[in-house]
Design a protein around this ligand. Structure first.
Ligand code: NA7
Length: 561
């Protein structure tokens, strides 16, 4: 019998124990110049850049290997929703030419192999200490140093602290009584085991139907004995249309990288897709229908990111595209009652992250798949044998929790960051983050937050925005080195102005009126039931301009000494 699911820490510990070869690459420096927390896409690139500048850098990583998101999310069906060739690092031509993505939307194992390749190629591993969770980081006013404490109790001092925590790395189990009592196998998708999981003949439950749940459900439906999906909120999904990259496409991709990356710098989310400048209401219903049919038949996020300009701001325009997608769901799902349950009723298309799917809706046409709408029949508790709702008791061999994350700020809350006067970052951000450029917070000197809240990156084809964040930080660190600067920090005034700017950019956006991880809602976490503006909504090009202007003005809004 598999161990029952417990608190996330215990699941983590169990998964860690299952791993055969923890990779550790040698002792940490006693006092590096810079400590980076996290060895995902951001941490690796920041390490590479700062080492180039001559800084002594130490990275601490919780996992037993690098890769961040792509290390942890090993669940069946995990893959990109961004085109693979838009996702890799752009900083090295050699790397771009030597790496060949196999599919237009690569699966998780390939992405993890890619990041391992990058780390090996650029000899990054020797700066990373694995199996090392940072539990606290305190700024010491007298020494002007950060003291970073690991879960082992080991402490390291540094002058500069850079967080590369990832926006979706604080996973959350549902707050349902009895979660720890289940006697079968149970996994949060983020904590998926490293060894293969067998589904053959098993009675499996999935809780959660976000982008992750959708990928899991469509992948395992044909492998399990039976699958029961417990859905609280359906999402507006659209087809991914993935396929292998042909040899001809591969050479076109490799011959076209400079133009591709130039294009990605111009679109709001750094995707190849850009909004159509027309309003829904400027075209005839027939034209609109034909346009949407075309978008629905194309791969990737085009239906979301390359749609009419007003679908994400005008409720009437949004209702039309939502109706189009609802008709698609009704066409694809045989049982009309099930189709109706799969059509979102409390939010419009694109106001939450659009999960991209591959025959997801057809999974519900299978004999062995059942959909339980937990709004009609709420889950009362998890039992040793399965799940008890208000009208039935289901028995399972496995429960998969695709229940998401305490997004964007959650990973910061899980580390005790203390700035000037012992101020706790978690307290400072209790009513919503306060930042400057989404890269610093006043009162926390010499600390930089890659992919932090109020940053364009969490609404972005993320490596593209990570590169922007890292390159801006690298320029700052070059300035610091060249000018003998010991300390930098955002001013209160600059922070207040930026935080206000973030709020105003979200005005008029339909997403801001909807509960989702992007608005900071997660009712599995105490105090996460009020919407917060966590993301920069002005688009990546405008964000880059703002950051560049700050640098060009000698780091306006910051005190450097
Ligand atoms: P999401 O998108 O936050 O989805 C989590 C899902 O889990 C969602 O359907 C939730 O329903 C559901 N959930 C969470 N808690 C519960 C409880 N207590 N009971 C029932 N259902 C629950 O996370 P994902 O991992 O799918 O995706 C995160 C991002 O990763 C994604 O957007 C991509 O950018 C990559 P709810 O909607 O809250 O009613």
């Amino acid at each position: 019998m598999a161990p029952a699911l417990a608190a996330p820490e215990r699941v983590d510990a169990m998964n860690e124990m299952r791993r055969t070869m923890p990779a550790n690459s040698g002792p940490a420096l006693t006092e590096p110049d810079v400590i980076i927390i996290g060895a995902g896409i951001s941490g690796l690139y920041q390490l590479y850049r700062l080492r180039e500048l001559g800084y002594g850098v130490q990275v601490f990583e919780t996992g037993s290997d690098l890769g961040g998101t792509w290390y942890w999310n090993r669940y069946p069906g995990a893959r990109f929703d961004s085109e693979s060739y838009t996702y890799g690092y752009s900083f090295s031509d050699e790397l771009l030419q030597e790496w060949s993505w196999s599919e237009h939307f690569a699966p998780q194992p390939e992405t993890l192999r890619y990041l391992q390749h990058v780390a090996d190629r650029f000899d990054l591993r020797r700066h990373i200490q694995f199996n090392s969770r940072v539990v606290s980081a305190h700024f010491n006013e007298a020494s002007q140093r950060w003291t970073v404490t690991l879960d082992t109790g080991a402490q390291h001092n540094c002058r500069f602290l850079i967080t590369a925590l990832g926006p979706l790395s604080a996973d959350t189990l549902p707050r349902i009584p009895g979660v720890e009592s289940f006697s079968g196998q149970s996994f949060h998708t983020y904590r998926w085991p490293h060894e293969p999981v067998s589904f053959a003949g098993k009675r499996v439950a999935v809780i959660g139907t976000g982008a992750t749940g959708v990928q899991v459900i469509q992948t395992i439906a044909s492998e399990v004995g039976s699958l029961t999906v417990f859905q609280r909120t359906p999402n507006w999904c659209a087809p991914l249309h993935n396929r292998p990259i042909t040899e001809e496409e591969q050479s076109q991709i490799k011959g076209n990288y400079p133009a591709l990356f130039a294009l990605l710098r111009t679109t709001p989310g750094c995707y190849i897709h850009n909004a159509d400048p027309r309003s829904v209401f400027e075209v005839t219903p027939e034209e609109r229908e034909a346009f949407w049919e075309q978008r629905y038949a194309e791969p990737g996020f085009g239906i979301w990111q390359a749609n009419y300009r007003d679908i994400l701001t005008d409720p009437k325009a949004n209702a039309l595209i939502s109706d189009f997608i609802a008709r698609k769901i009704r066409q694809r799902v045989k049982d009309p009652a099930v189709a109706e349950k799969l059509i979102p009723k409390n939010h419009g298309f694109g106001t939450r992250r659009v999960p991209l799917e591959t025959r997801y809706f057809e999974a519900y046409n299978r004999e062995n798949v059942r959909l339980v709408d937990i709004n009609e029949t709420p889950i009362e508790r998890i039992t040793p044998k399965g799940i008890k709702t208000s009208d039935a008791e289901y028995e399972f061999d496995m429960i998969i929790y695709a229940t998401g994350f305490d997004a964007i700020t959650g990973a910061f809350d899980r580390i005790e960051f203390r700035g000037i006067g012992g101020q706790l970052l978690k307290d400072k951000w209790a009513d919503g983050p306060k930042t400057y450029l989404g890269l610093q917070s006043a009162g926390f000197p010499n600390m930089l937050t890659i992919v932090g809240p109020h940053n364009a990156s969490t609404r972005c084809n993320i490596p593209r925005c990570i590169e922007q964040n890292v390159e801006w930080v690298t320029d700052l660190m070059r300035h610091v080195r060249d000018n003998g600067i010991n300390r930098f920090e955002a001013t209160d005034a600059a922070e207040a102005e930026w935080s206000h700017h973030i709020e105003t950019l979200a005005e008029g956006m339909l997403y801001a009126q909807i509960d989702s991880w992007a608005t900071g809602i997660n009712r599995n976490v105490e105090g996460r039931d009020q919407r917060r503006i966590l993301q920069y909504q002005g688009g990546a090009p405008a964000y880059r301009e703002k950051c560049d202007a700050v640098a060009a003005q000698g780091y306006a809004g910051m005190k450097l000494s």
